[in-house]
Ligand binder design. Structure first.
Ligand code: CU
Length: 155
C-alpha cells in the first residue's frame, strides 16, 4: 500500500523529482532551462537550455508552450555580415549522442505575447513536445535582464 502511494506521488510530480533544474523526455535530457527577466511592456522573451540526446536515435523538438505567453516559437539564428537575424524553424533537430545548446545568438524558444513580465528569481513553467520523447513539463529559472548564461547551480 505504501509503495503504491509512493508510485502515485512520483507520477504526479513527474520529471521534477530528478534534479531541481534538469528534466528528461525519454532519451533527451533537458538541462537547466533559463530565461532573462523582461522590462515592463516587453512582449517577447527568449528561453534557453541544453538538450542532450543520450540515445541512439534522432529526436526533434517540435513545439513549446507556456502559460505566460500567447504562443511559443522555435527560433534559430542566421549570422549575417553585421548582425544576427532570428528565424522561425519547424523543429530543432537533436542528433543521437549530441548536445544542442539553446543559447544567446543561437537556437532558442521565443515567447510571443507575454501576458506579464518575467521577474528575476522567479520560475517559468513550459511544456515541450518532442517527436519521440513526447510532452514534458519543465521549469525555467528567470535571471537578470542582461544575463548571458544560466544562473549558477546551487548544489
Ligand atoms: Cu527569437
Amino acid at each position: 500500500m505504501r509503495l503504491m502511494m509512493l508510485v502515485a506521488a512520483l507520477l504526479v510530480t513527474g520529471a521534477s523529482v530528478a534534479w531541481a533544474d534538469d528534466f528528461r523526455a525519454y532519451d533527451v535530457e533537458i538541462v537547466q532551462p533559463w530565461a532573462r527577466a523582461t522590462p515592463p511592456g516587453e512582449t517577447t522573451a527568449m528561453v534557453f537550455m541544453k538538450l542532450g540526446n543520450t540515445g541512439d536515435i534522432a529526436d526533434r523538438l517540435l513545439r513549446a508552450s507556456a502559460p505566460v505567453a500567447e504562443r511559443v516559437e522555435l527560433h534559430g539564428a542566421e549570422v549575417g555580415s553585421d548582425e544576427i537575424k532570428m528565424k522561425t524553424v519547424d523543429a530543432i533537430a537533436l542528433p543521437p549522442g549530441q548536445d544542442v545548446m539553446l543559447q544567446p545568438g543561437s537556437w532558442h524558444l521565443m515567447l510571443i505575447g507575454l501576458k506579464e513580465p518575467l521577474v528575476a528569481g522567479s520560475t517559468l513553467p513550459l511544456t515541450l513536445t518532442f517527436e519521440r520523447g513526447g510532452m514534458v513539463d519543465v521549469t525555467a529559472e528567470v535571471t537578470d535582464v542582461g544575463a548571458m548564461a544560466p544562473p549558477p547551480d546551487d548544489d
